[in-house]
Design a protein around this ligand. Sequence first.
Ligand code: PMP
Length: 385
Amino acid sequence: MPYLDYVAGSPVDERVVEEIVKYFRHPGNPSSVHSLGLEARNIIEEARNRVANLINADPSEIIFTSGATEANNLAIIGYAMRNKRRGTHIIVSAIEHISVINSAKFLMKNGFEVDYAPVDKFGKVRLDELENLIRDDTILVSIQHANPEIGTVQDIHEIREIVRTTLHVDATASLGKIEVDVERMGADMLTLSSNDIYGPRGVGALYLRKGVRVNPIVLGGGQESGMRGGTENVPGIAGFGKAAEIAKEEWKRESERLREMRDRLIEGLLRIEDTFLNGHPEERLPNNASVRFSYIEGESILLSMDMEGIQASTGSACTSKTLQPSHVLMAIGLKHEEAHGSVVFSLGRWSRMEDVDYVLEKLPPIIERLRMMSPLYMKKKSGGG
Ligand code: PMP
């Protein structure tokens, strides 16, 4: 069954499962002073080293969370609340994940001003417009490293040169696919997710550069250096650590393999009439092929593909319930009907070239059949525009 929806969820690597199982029944609480407590503490500190090592950070700069959503909330709301005396203006890009957008909206209801940095038709942040938006009271800018929906990768290094204030980067989609190095990027805060590197779900982290202060948003017993209350998810964190260790070792080779499959997939998809690539043609994630098929709906394509055993998505699974056209596709300037005809194919560690070939064999007749039922398409065929 060709699974091409890694962006929505990834299988957990067997080596990671082994690590989780090893600690699944461990009773120790990392805050306890006895030896089992100490053992649990060592397990999470080892994981912290591994995660820090993957992004070239110091282990003391890693705060474990329940996932990327919480890390984004902590970075944006936690930072804004802590630093509001310095200013109340923040900027996020127009194509951020909904957990960033909704954190910004929450701040707007609580006395902050928010501006959205626009992107061009490829999804690249417009650097001149970003520069114009920055004010003396701007305390935080949040720009994602890569977009999971259209695959576009931002040049964080260039953005850093413009942004003199605190910079948060959501690296959920890029981690393990392209280089994520907090020093080279110059990020002050960076969001990480375990499942996107084949670790368990419900685990993530926020990198917090030394000296950057946030208010905790999950209040409890002072765990995670007082930044995130609640007893740590020891087996989950251990699994995330293992996934990070494997990613560090394998990501370059893996990305080469993904890139080859992605290129073949994109080339084959674009051979279908009236099909266009979403996102940047070169500066894109090695595992992402996002395309739009004119005259038909993404949802019907997904259902027809599912009947052939192919799984993909129309955009972010997180916002699919709203049935609104994706804010990402609208921000790159697509019309509603173009956005609705979009499908995201995302590849990962267990994808094979055979999966790509299977999609390229099964999809063209599906598109043709759906178009035969589309009044818009039939009108075009009969020369009606
Ligand atoms: N940021 C980005 C860029 C994402 O794609 C996602 C969803 N995978 C998230 C944040 C939120 O992740 P989660 O739902 O695992 O908290």
